[in-house]
Design a protein around this ligand. Structure first.
Ligand code: PMP
Length: 312
């Protein structure tokens, strides 16, 4: 699927190859860069592309910049508008993945915190049914970073080196994805997604203070479990061995959507097949994200329609 024709830099679309970052910037030298990964979902009947939970992503971007002491007073509204300018310039008419970066492009010492370049890139990427995405996973021997060292709450590119260690190890060992334990030995998340478990029919997921990114998808699924299935999700500590005896496990995130884990550390999860609960949840999620189900309209920002406004 195609990469975008234009990258949008500080709200202005420029040809893909013309968007650059200075080699000696703090973004490159020190990893002073935070970002958001979002999805656009195409609805062919409505001839509309919906950005999923745009505002929530931009709120998190502003929080990441605050924690990292980036010097900028850009508003959430202005960031949402930049992303929509980007999407309209590229005129995507299919599902896509969108990356919105905030990069410290100033050159200087460790404390360089400005100026910030906002750069948006997108790629056409079809969403896949959860049933077609079953993976194996490995409890990583690498532990998750934590709030006293490299806060996982911050969606900083530098944090992904922790994810890379674990992912590269998982792939070298023949697994699909890693699952991190915290420094305290409790289940945290994967390198680029959060984790849910269904145990005796009850959904559970680690807490937001348990070494995870405060995932927008995780929050959406907690709401969907309650509203569509009448199930309250337990946000709690989870032990490694609870995962082995779970009925169903899945990863979630903007990029991963709902990705079932059917095998963990070479132990099958239940019968080793994608579970019915995971498939039903994915169906409900897919209908909501692309507006086939009208519920939660505030989660969808239409890119092209007359109502192509940012939901507040
Ligand atoms: N955890 C990590 C480490 C991630 O990189 C992501 C992807 N952004 C997630 C969880 C899922 O977050 P979200 O649902 O907001 O995409």
């Amino acid at each position: 699927m195609a990469m975008c024709k234009y990258i949008t830099v500080d709200g202005k679309p420029v040809p893909y190859a013309a968007a650059t970052v200075p080699v000696h910037s703090a973004a490159v030298k020190y990893g002073a860069s935070v970002f958001e990964g979002l999805r656009g979902y195409w609805n062919a009947e409505q001839n509309e592309l919906y950005v999923f939970r745009l505002r929530e992503h931009m709120v998190r971007l502003v929080q990441s910049m605050k924690i990292m002491r980036f010097k900028t007073d850009i508003s959430v509204d202005a960031l949402c508008e930049q992303l929509l300018v980007h999407m309209r310039a590229n005129a995507h008419k299919t599902d896509c993945h969108i990356r919105f970066n905030a990069l410290v492009v100033g050159e200087g010492a460790m404390d360089t915190s400005a100026p910030i370049q906002f750069a948006c890139v997108s790629e056409e990427r079809l969403a896949k049914p959860a049933a077609d995405k079953a993976i194996s996973a490995q409890i990583s021997s690498w532990r998750r970073i934590d709030d006293t060292t490299m806060p996982p709450r911050v969606k900083s590119a530098a944090n992904y080196n922790n994810g890379r260690f674990a992912t590269l190890q998982a792939r070298a060992d023949g697994y699909g994805e890693p699952i991190f334990l915290t420094q305290q030995g409790k289940v945290a998340e994967s390198g680029g997604s959060c984790l849910f478990m269904l145990r005796d029919g009850v959904p559970a997921t680690p807490t937001v203070t348990g070494g995870i990114l405060e995932s927008v998808t995780r929050a959406s699924l907690i709401t969907l479990f309650a509203h569509k299935f009448g199930k309250a999700v337990q946000e709690r500590e989870i032990d490694r061995t609870e995962l082995y005896v779970a009925d169903e496990l899945f990863l979630c995130g903007s990029a991963y959507e709902i990705t079932p884990i059917v095998d963990l550390d070479r132990l099958p999860i239940a019968d080793g097949k994608v579970g019915a609960g995971t498939v039903s949840l994915w169906r409900a999620y897919d209908a909501v994200v692309r507006g086939r189900d009208n519920a939660f309209a505030e989660w969808r920002t239409p890119v092209y329609g007359a109502a192509g406004r940012v939901s507040v």
